[in-house]
Design a protein around this ligand. Structure first.
Ligand code: HEM
Ligand code: FES
Length: 778
């Protein structure tokens, strides 16, 4: 294994050595053998330190730890997903076995930390989680917002005039601790003592204390255990109190087998750490990251609506839980590597969050990343963090208050960030910042103090992510059609997009959607072509009359409601007028992929038709042009007379053209025709005509009732399940989820008839159950 083999490590190695013929006889690579999460590169940057593993050896055995280490996104998520094969029972076990002396200290305090929720197996876990979830739902959390805001303001008041502060010591440690105590219903005790206890608990569980440290750590952990017991006893005497722990005590009276005494005592201690330290560290990571990216900090100061997604991106990029643990309960394989029953897994979610296979430019810090909330910092599946929305709320409020009151704050230069050495809980010990108090905005404008934006509870929605773009080109490409080139003012690469995507542009007082028609490989600019609609009272008139080169615009997206089926053998594109914009991007994409296609493009006259030169240049004889004033008409019935298997028809243009095309292809197979939709009323529900039903969530292990006046999406969110959406009108596909069982009443415009009939997925924003139950892979 090593240049100088460690006998202890080799003797533990669970790999069948006889099967290998390497010089040392052990297949553990040198890098796997030297992996040490308690010192060195992992402590500096866990994700970067494991890049080699993600690329070359995504599942490896670490003799140093006696754990198998899993580092890729899909593998880590798969382990989280299966809590039977991969038991969470070792999540809070001491990763470093402690000395007899330390154990004796713990015994003296009667230390008996046992199963809570996070380390409880089925069948005990889910009934307990269900019974204790209500205080975490968005509706219940909304009551805590004023308290979090008040505390945050009080702490900022204390240092706002000083000009420098360690944000961790003066705010980011204590506010989450106080919020955690409020949430749990624990009286506010001596904060410094609780801080000492919490750190000892982290070192005891995920650290590698030196033998001489172990006794002191055990002493603090023992005291923490006793403290938890005393608080619990007091609470039992007044079980009507507010907070999650008294709630648990009341549930115990009804369901003593579900909420046990051992659970309550263990949770009292673990809960303080779960609710507090995770969030304190996440906030400190977020502040460090944002202030290190000054341009991003300034962007969120200027536009606080970016904060919810910025929080999510901070949790992805620099999460506060770097790795988690599972125990393998039966022989299995992970990504092709055989793992024996009884093996322990270190699943490195911080590494998964930087996996290029899931996150584009994964190391970049991009607050507009539209899949940031796919991160695994909160875990996934039936044990996924119950407190995630409280944490999100806290971090949002911290950022909102600090960006508004101290936008000129900066990191004290050249400070060294230190971290408590351990595998899992990660956040800087201190974050020193400084500013000039005479420039505090509230000194000249006291209204700064009363401003606030409502907190968004839950996973942020993709369609709120806006960017500021400058108009770098305006070119008339046909009568009444302007080609607009937009450049991101931040200078960062724009997201990748696929043909059929559009962006939303704020045009004065209204927002309008325009299809992208430029080069998808150009990561610096977006291009859209806008027709001056003479009937228009807003969007296109504003663009044609008000816009000049150099102006800035707010843009959301790109989003794609009109995706190409990559598997078609042949494509027929039909465009009318300005409908050429998505079609030309699609034709470019099919051509680049070497596909077979033809384009039919109709317009009033050649001068009114955009991109004729580009079409002739790039698509030559695959294009047929039908300028109306030349007497050439697109004869749809003849074009589509004979149905063709494996041909897909994509069309964008005036309603008249689309309905004529619908008639002309009526005898073609159900999946042939795809047209672009920009809006619908599909989400509108008439409860008198609907029935309620249940959705069973396979990964999360819960059943969620959907009332007659509720969409599945709303019901999922109310049950604290992260659920993506975008249009919420059944036209974009963002809310699609896999269906495992039950018949779906499909109401969207996204799925083809064949996909509907197959019933393997559904759009949760509008579609419902035909019967009483649907089972979803969520
Ligand atoms: C579970 C992370 C904040 C309460 C977890 C898990 C992780 C995690 C990784 C295990 C997930 C799994 O096994 O799939 C975080 C992070 C936080 C945070 C990164 C802050 C940024 C909170 C807060 C609370 C909380 C504020 C409580 C108020 C819990 C509970 C569980 C849990 C009760 C156990 C759920 C179960 O096993 O069913 N958290 N957490 N967490 N967290 Fe959090
Ligand atoms: Fe767009 Fe449901 S959110 S289809």
């Amino acid at each position: 294994v090593l240049d100088t083999p460690k006998p202890a490590a080799e003797s533990r190695c669970p790999v069948d050595h006889t099967a290998f013929t390497s010089p040392t006889g052990c297949p553990v690579s040198p890098r796997a053998a030297s992996f040490d999460p308690f010192t060195g590169p992992y402590q500096v940057d866990p994700a970067a330190s494991l890049r080699w593993s993600r690329d070359e050896e995504p599942v490896f055995y670490s003799p140093e730890l006696d754990y198998w280490v899993v580092t890729r996104y899909e593998d880590v998520k798969a382990v989280f997903r299966d809590n039977q094969l991969f038991s969470p029972s070792i999540a809070l076990e001491k990763i470093t076995p402690t000395s007899d002396e330390a154990n004796a200290v713990l015994a003296r305090y009667g230390y008996a930390m046992n199963r809570t929720l996070v380390n409880e197996d089925e069948p005990a876990h889910m009934p307990r989680r269900r019974a204790l979830m209500e205080p975490f739902t968005p509706a219940a959390l909304a009551h805590h917002e004023p308290m979090v805001r008040r505390l945050t303001r009080e702490y900022v008041d204390r240092f706002i005039d000083t000009g420098h502060v360690d944000l961790v010591d003066e705010m980011l440690w204590e506010v989450p601790l106080t919020v955690a105590l409020h949430f749990l219903g624990v009286p506010e005790e001596d904060m410094d003592t609780l801080r000492e206890y919490s750190i000892a608990h982290t070192v005891n569980t995920w650290g590698r204390p030196a033998p001489e440290q172990q006794v002191a750590v055990a002493d603090a952990v023992g005291k923490f255990w006793q403290f938890a017991g005393t608080v619990l006893d007091k609470m039992r005497k007044n079980p009507d109190g507010h907070g999650w722990m008294p709630f648990g005590i009341r549930v115990q009276q009804e369901q003593p087998d579900v909420v046990t005494d051992s659970y309550l005592h263990s949770m009292m201690m673990a809960g303080i750490v779960a609710a507090h330290e995770t969030t304190a560290n996440a906030s400190a990571n977020a502040l460090r990251l944002l202030l290190e990216h000054r341009d991003v900090w300034e962007e969120i100061c200027a536009d606080p609506s970016l904060i919810p997604n910025a929080v999510e991106e901070c949790l992805r990029h620099s999460g506060s839980v770097a790795a988690w643990r599972r125990l393998v309960t039966a022989d299995t394989t992970i990504n092709g590597v055989a793992i024996p029953a009884g093996a322990k897994l270190l699943i490195v979610n911080s590494s998964a969050n930087h996996d290029e296979r899931h996150f584009d430019q994964a190391d970049d810090f991009d607050i507009r990343r539209d899949n940031a909330s796919d991160h695994l910092t909160f875990g996934y599946g039936s044990h996924q963090c119950m407190g995630k929305n409280l944490a999100r709320m806290e971090i949002q409020i911290f950022l909102e208050e600090l960006t508004r009151r101290l936008p000129h704050m900066e990191l004290v230069p050249d400070q060294e960030f230190t971290y408590l050495p351990n595998t899992s809980f990660r956040g800087p010990d201190h974050v020193w910042v400084r500013w000039d108090p005479s420039r505090n905005p509230e000194r000249t404008d006291p209204t700064v103090l009363s401003r606030q934006q409502p907190v968004k509870i839950g996973e942020p929605s993709k369609n709120t992510i806006a960017r500021t773009m400058a108009v770098s080109g305006l070119e008339r490409v046909a009568d009444d059609i302007l080609l607009i080139t937009l450049r991101d003012t931040s200078g960062r690469p724009l997201p990748k997009w696929s043909a059929g995507s559009h962006i939303d542009i704020d045009c004065g007082t209204v927002s309008r959607q325009y299809s992208l028609c430029g080069d998808p490989n150009d990561r610096n600019t977006f291009q859209v072509a806008v027709l001056h609609d003479t009937q228009s009272r807003g969007g296109s008139r504003w663009i044609h009359t008000e816009l000049s080169v150099g102006d800035t615009l707010r843009v959301r997206g790109p989003r794609n409601h009109f995706k190409l089926d990559p598997d078609a053998q042949r494509y027929v594109f039909v465009a009318g007028g300005i409908g050429i914009t998505p079609v030309i991007a699609m034709a470019d994409q099919v051509k680049a992929a070497g596909g077979d296609y033809e384009i039919h493009y109709a317009g009033r006259s050649r001068t009114s038709m955009a991109f004729l030169d580009r079409l002739a240049r790039d698509h030559g004889d695959r294009v047929r042009i039908y300028p109306g004033d030349e007497g050439t008409r697109m004869d749809l019935p003849t074009l589509f007379a004979t149905p063709e298997e494996d041909t897909q028809v994509y069309s964008c243009g005036p309603e008249r053209l689309l309905s004529a095309l619908g008639e002309a292809t009526a005898h073609w197979s159900d999946d042939t025709l795809h047209v672009e939709h920009f809006s619908s009323t599909l989400e509108e529900l008439d409860p008198s005509k609907e029935h309620g039903f249940e959705v069973v969530l396979k990964d999360s292990g819960i059943t969620v009732p959907v009332a007659a006046d509720q969409t599945v999406l709303q019901a999922l969110r109310a049950a604290n399940i992260d659920a993506q959406s975008d249009c919420e009108e059944g036209i974009c596909g963002a809310c699609e989820v896999p269906v495992l069982d039950g018949e779906v009443d499909h109401r969207d415009l996204v799925l083809t008839k064949a996909e509907r009939a197959a019933g393997r997925t559904m759009m949760t924003c509008c579609s419902r159950a035909c019967g009483n139950k649907l089972t979803l892979q969520l």
